[in-house]
Design a protein around this ligand. Structure first.
Ligand code: SF4
Ligand code: SF4
Length: 86
């Protein structure tokens, strides 16, 4: 995973545990549409989208809360919100 050049905090296990488990819908990235623009990384309010080598993006489902901001901001409509299956 690439370290960010700006000091963004990363989610970690706190008193509430893995907070992504509260989610009822989740984002799914369609990599065939993704242009690696990284806007989703910048706009995710939970900072749960990791930037990998090669500028691939990956959602950390342990902490993603399913807010849908990434799906709204993605210019390629490459992120789809789907029901969470528990
Ligand atoms: S905003 Fe969309 S196109 Fe840009 S990196 Fe994220 S998923 Fe890919
Ligand atoms: S749904 Fe919300 S918390 Fe989850 S990756 Fe997208 S912007 Fe981040």
């Amino acid at each position: 995973m690439i370290e960010y050049p700006i000091p963004l905090g990363r989610p970690k296990v706190g008193a509430s545990g893995l907070t992504g488990h509260w989610r009822i819908i989740k984002p799914v990235i369609h990599y065939d549409k993704c242009t690696k623009c990284r806007l989703c990384v910048i706009y995710c309010p939970e900072n749960t989208i990791d930037l990998l080598e090669g500028f691939d993006v990956r959602i950390d489902y342990d902490y993603c809360k399913g807010c849908g901001v990434c799906a709204q901001i993605c210019p390629q409509k490459a992120i789809e919100m789907v029901p969470e299956v528990k």
